[in-house]
Design a binder for this molecule. Sequence first.
Ligand code: NAD
Length: 257
Amino acid sequence: MSLQGKTAIITGSNSGIGLGIAHEMARAGASVVINSFTDSDEDHALAKSIAEEHGTEVRYIKADMSKPDECRALIEKAGACDILVNNAGIQHVAPIDDFPTEKWDAIIAINLSSAFHTTAAALPKMRAAGWGRIVNIASAHGLTASPYKSAYIAAKHGIVGLTKTAALETAEEPITANAICPGYVLTPLVEAQIPDTMKEYDMDRETVIKEVMLKRQPSKEFATVEQLGGTAVFLCSDAAAQITGTTISVDGGWTAL
Ligand code: NAD
C-alpha cells in the first residue's frame, strides 16, 4: 500500500494512537503532519525521528484543538490535506451530577467540534485534489455507553454521526469518511484512568485492567496503536474506496457482546 504523494494530517499525534497512526502513514510513504497544542522541543524532535525512521517528510504543526480557529488554521498551514485523521481526544470520568461543566465543554470541543472544523477546512482541499480520506477516531464508546463518561460518550456518538453526514455529503465524489472504533488501547489516556478506576472500584491495578477495562473486551487483550494505524492506512487504500459512512471496530469483540 503506497500513500506516496499524499499528505496526511493527524490531530493529537504526539502520543498514543495518533502517534501510532502517524508512524503507519509515514511507513506507507505519506507526507505526515503531526500535531499537539504543546509546541515543545520534544514535539519537533518526534517529527524528525519519524521522518528519519520512514524516509518521508514529517512536519509538526502546533494547534489547540479546543479552539475552532486553530483547528482551521492547522489545515491551512499544512498546505495539502489528502488524508485527515481526527484523533485528538481527552477523557474525564465522573457521575453526571458531579461532572464539571468545564470538563464537559472541553471534551465536546476537543473530541467532537474539532473534527467539524478540520473537516470543513479540509473538504475544499480534497475536492481541489480530486481525492480525500477522512478517518475519525471514535471509540467503542461511540456505539455503546458506560457509566461516568457522559461527555466522552456523547462526543464519540456525535463523531459517528458527523462521519455519516460527511460521507453522504461527499458520496458522489472520490472522498470517503469513516470512523474507527477502538476498544481499550493502553495509551497515556487509558493509563490516566487507572488510578480513578482503582479508587472507584477499590481494586488494585491488575484487577482494574482485567476485571473492569478488559471485562468488556472479550479477547482480553488491549488493541495496539500499530493495529489502529494499519486500519487507518487500509481506509486510505483503493480497496476501501467504496467504504464510506461506516464504523470499523477494533475492539477485541466488545461490540459483539
Ligand atoms: P493520548 O492521551 O495518548 O493522546 C491524546 C492526543 O491528543 C495527544 O497527542 C494529545 O497531545 C492530543 N491532545 C489533547 N488535547 C489536545 C488539544 N487541545 N489540542 C491538540 N491536541 C490535543 O490518548 P489516546 O488513547 O491515544 O487517544 C487518542 C484518541 O483515541 C482519542 O480520540 C481517544 O478518545 C481515542 N480512543 C482511545 C482509546 C484507548 O483505549 N486509548 C479507545 C478508544 C478511543
